[in-house]
Design a protein around this ligand. Structure first.
Ligand SMILES: Nc1ncnc2c1ncn2[C@@H]1O[C@H](COP(=O)(O)OP(=O)(O)OP(=O)(O)O)[C@@H](O)[C@H]1O
Length: 339
């Protein structure tokens, strides 16, 4: 690379000293590219202020982790909590407070959709260059002389959302990567790493594997698991006004809800919209989710926070969830174009 550089600069008729100076400057600029991009991530005021809204469990976790990050303590946390208990909310407040002090806080997740929920979020695969499949002897392919490696070295904290879906070998590969990058044998190279997730959601994929094999492949079976500080968030913040629904979800997640011979659970009657006609079966849920469209007329982005979930990977034009989406989209469009 230096030779190529020198050849190009010779064509510009620069002295050797000038070539060297330009080479160093270009290299430095290249090395610091990732770091300056990371430093330019905005810190939303609302994420800083959200510290005042943390519930007791979130505040406990926040204080512990922030204190460790600012005092440069090494270690690993695992935030174990059911969906909706405010893990992402906690991460956003942590990221904002650490970044506002000028430090680098990295956040990764296994999937792009989850990563895009966070400012500066990246997939773990793209950030650490660890092959997605995992397996024995899996190793990061990250080159140590790159700006990406510099960025990881410079980070104060690494947060990894939805970690239970990862194969344990990937978590172990992160440990080796950080040890190599930081040139020591400390756990995670002496970095503070926060993993989080919900074991009721998706575990690592083991083709044709049993539940036991999935657990054996997961982070709980990794060699470092016993050294993680475990934190729990149990207060459901997503459906806090609906304790019946929360308990129903928890019972399903814990495998406590009765099932029929096919292993299916019975959805309680009040949660079901009885079928009368196709029109009504579309309109009733839309009205329930979006309440009154006029609520969004001043801020269409508010509407984006209301979502409908697709129960199946059915991409057909006629699928029910697609019809609900299309209908609500058309309704909102008509409304906004009229305004
Ligand atoms: N302390 C809080 N005050 C107000 N709202 C909160 C608080 N914590 C979480 N929420 C809200 O509760 C909802 C669920 O929170 P969040 O998405 O952080 O949960 P989660 O544990 O990450 O869920 P999942 O595992 O499903 O991704 C969000 O709408 C979030 O804004």
């Amino acid at each position: 690379m230096a030779e190529d550089f020198s050849r190009t600069q010779n064509q510009l008729k620069l002295s050797n000293e000038e070539v060297l100076q330009k080479y160093v400057a270009t290299e430095f600029e290249c090395f610091s590219k990732e770091i300056s991009a990371e430093r330019s991530i905005p810190v939303p005021e609302e994420d800083l202020l959200a510290i005042h809204y943390l519930n007791i469990e979130q505040k406990f976790a926040f204080d512990l982790i922030l204190n460790d990050a600012l005092s440069g303590k090494l270690g690993a946390y695992f935030v174990d909590s059911p969906g909706g208990t405010g893990k992402s909310f906690l991460y956003k407040v942590l990221l904002a407070h650490i970044r506002s002090k000028g430090y680098i806080a990295l956040i990764v997740a296994s999937s792009g959709i989850v990563a895009s929920n966070f400012l500066g979020g990246r997939t773990s695969h793209s950030r650490f260059k660890i092959p997605i499949e995992g397996g024995t002897n899996v190793k990061s392919l990250l080159s140590f002389q790159t700006s990406e490696a510099d960025l990881i070295r410079a980070s104060k904290i690494i947060i990894w959302d939805k970690a239970p879906i990862e194969d344990k070998s990937i978590i172990e590969a992160l440990n080796y990567l950080l040890q190599d990058l930081c040139e020591n044998k400390l756990m995670f190279g002496g970095k503070l790493v926060v993993f989080g997730g919900d074991f009721r959601q998706v575990l690592p994929v083991v083709p044709k594997g049993s539940r036991k094999e999935q657990v054996e492949a997961s982070i709980v079976s990794c060699t470092l698991w016993d050294h993680f500080i475990k934190l729990k968030l149990m207060d459901d913040m997503r459906a806090k006004d609906d304790p019946g629904f929360i308990n129903f979800l928890i019972r399903i997640g814990n495998g406590e809800e009765p099932t029929n011979a096919k292993g299916e659970v019975q959805i309680p009657r009040p949660m079901i919209v009885p079928y009368t006609s196709i029109e009504e079966s579309l309109e009733v849920p839309i009205a329930h989710v979006y309440l009154e469209m006029s609520m969004f007329e001043t801020d269409p982005f508010e509407m984006m926070k209301q979502t409908t979930l697709r129960p199946k990977n059915d991409l057909g034009q006629s699928s029910y969830s697609r019809q609900v989406n299309n209908r609500s989209f058309k309704l909102s469009l008509t409304r906004f174009m009229r305004e």
